[in-house]
Write a protein that binds this ligand. Structure first.
Ligand SMILES: [Zn+2]
Length: 144
C-alpha cells in the first residue's frame, strides 16, 4: 500500500495526477490510500480511483455517497477526547477550563455527526491510525 498526500495546507493534487499514481500502483497490485481532508481533495481522490480515503474530515453527504458508489473505504482518523486533551488542549493553556471542555465537546459532536453521515451514505469504514503528531509517552503504534 502507498499513501498519497492529495491535499496539504499548500496544494491539492489534481485527478490526473492521482489517477496516474493509482494506475501504476494497481498495475502491480498495490493499493492507494489517499490523505484527503478537504471535500475537494476527497473528490479528487475518488476521481483518481483511490482505494481508501484517510481522514475525510470535510466530506459532504454527496462526497460520502460517491465514496460508497465507487467502493472507496474511509479510514476515519477522528481523535478521542483523551487525545484531544493530551495533544490539542495544551495549546490552549491559559484559557478557562470551560472553553477547553467546550472545544472537546464541539470536536466530538462534529466527529460523530461526520461518521453517522458516512454510515448513512453506505461508506465502508475501516480502522486505521494516522497519528503523525508527537504524543507524550507513546510510540506511533500506541497513538490513537
Ligand atoms: Zn494523513
Amino acid at each position: 500500500m502507498i499513501k498519497v498526500v492529495v491535499d496539504d495546507r499548500k496544494r491539492v493534487l489534481d485527478a490526473a495526477e492521482v489517477k496516474a499514481i493509482v494506475d501504476e500502483a494497481h498495475r502491480v497490485n498495490v493499493r492507494i490510500a489517499a490523505h484527503a481532508t478537504s471535500d475537494q481533495a476527497i473528490q479528487v481522490a475518488i476521481q483518481g480511483g483511490v482505494d481508501s480515503v484517510e481522514h475525510g474530515d470535510e466530506a459532504t453527504d454527496a462526497t460520502f455517497q460517491a465514496m460508497a458508489r465507487y467502493g472507496v473505504f474511509l479510514v476515519a482518523t477522528h481523535w478521542t477526547a483523551q487525545t484531544l486533551r493530551d495533544i490539542y488542549l495544551p495549546s490552549y493553556r491559559g484559557t478557562p477550563q470551560e472553553a477547553e471542555a467546550a472545544a472537546v465537546r464541539g470536536y466530538l459532536e462534529k466527529s460523530r455527526a461526520s461518521l453517522q453521515r458516512a454510515l448513512k451514505s453506505g461508506v465502508r469504514i475501516v480502522a486505521g491510525s494516522d497519528m503523525w503528531m508527537r504524543y507524550p509517552g507513546k510510540t506511533r503504534g500506541e497513538r490513537t
